[in-house]
Design a protein around this ligand. Structure first.
Ligand SMILES: O=C(O)c1ccccc1NCC(=O)[C@H](O)[C@H](O)COP(=O)(O)O
Length: 220
């Protein structure tokens, strides 16, 4: 078994692609640490600034609100930030380090695992995105940059990396325990694996997911 994380006392959980206050409330009640709001028009999980503002206002303290963007215009990010109290930005496209760090919020950078094959590739990333708070490693599929529901080979996730890693891509209540045991990660991020249909979160799946996460925490 287990290359279980010794560095972090528990694995943080982010549920991405929240589109309603009701879903946000359930995610918070289930014990997740963070919600993600998708600001990308082509996504079935895209939220308007108005909806995002309502969701943000409904969050209790200590739950972080992450804004996800994919190659956005600077002006768009600035408009979102002026209206929604995001705690953290997540850049999911080919944004440069200079772009990512040009906003008055911390950020994480999403990386498609097909673009990082070796430890050296990961080292280069940390050298480039020095100000990133961490890297979200995800599966990319043809025509889709995220929310794919596809896993990748978890053995390619580096251990003892310079920055916190958030594991994403095809996680669901049935495989999350294996993923947590396989990777030494700071956090996990899920979207389609806890949905009943694209953009609609499923309460039962979220509850089941958090039970699994607790089970792994208690076991270790
Ligand atoms: O969720 C989307 O629709 C999306 C669209 C474009 C870029 C990124 C997107 N989501 C990114 C996420 O943070 C997802 O949670 C992550 O890719 C994992 O998704 P899944 O495999 O569905 O759990």
């Amino acid at each position: 078994m287990a290359n279980r994380n010794e560095k972090y006392s528990r694995t943080r959980v982010k549920i991405c692609g929240i589109t309603s206050v009701e879903a946000a409330q359930h995610v918070c009640a289930s014990g997740a640490d963070s919600i993600g709001l998708v600001f990308y028009e082509k996504s079935p999980r895209n939220v308007s600034i108005e909806t995002a503002t309502e969701i943000y206002a409904s969050l209790p303290p200590f739950v972080t609100c992450v804004g996800l963007f994919l190659d956005p215009d600077i002006e768009f990010v600035e408009t979102v930030l002026a209206n929604v109290g995001l705690d953290l930005l997540q850049f999911h496209g080919s944004e440069t380090p200079d772009f990512c760090q040009s906003f008055p919020r911390p950020y994480i950078k999403a990386i498609g695992m097909e673009s990082v094959e070796t430890e050296d590739d990961f080292k280069k990333l940390a050298d480039q995105y020095t100000t990133a708070k961490g890297f979200l490693v995800d599966s990319h599929a043809t025509g889709k940059a995220g929310g794919t529901g596809k896993t990748f080979d978890w053995s390619h996730v580096p251990q003892n990396y310079a920055k916190p890693i958030i594991l994403a891509g095809g996680l669901n209540p049935n495989n999350v325990a294996d993923a947590m045991q396989a990777c030494n990660v700071y956090g996990i991020d899920l979207s389609s694996g806890v949905e009943s249909q694209p953009g609609i979160k499923d309460k039962q799946k979220i509850t089941q997911l958090m039970k699994e996460v607790q089970r792994v925490h208690c076991k270790n």
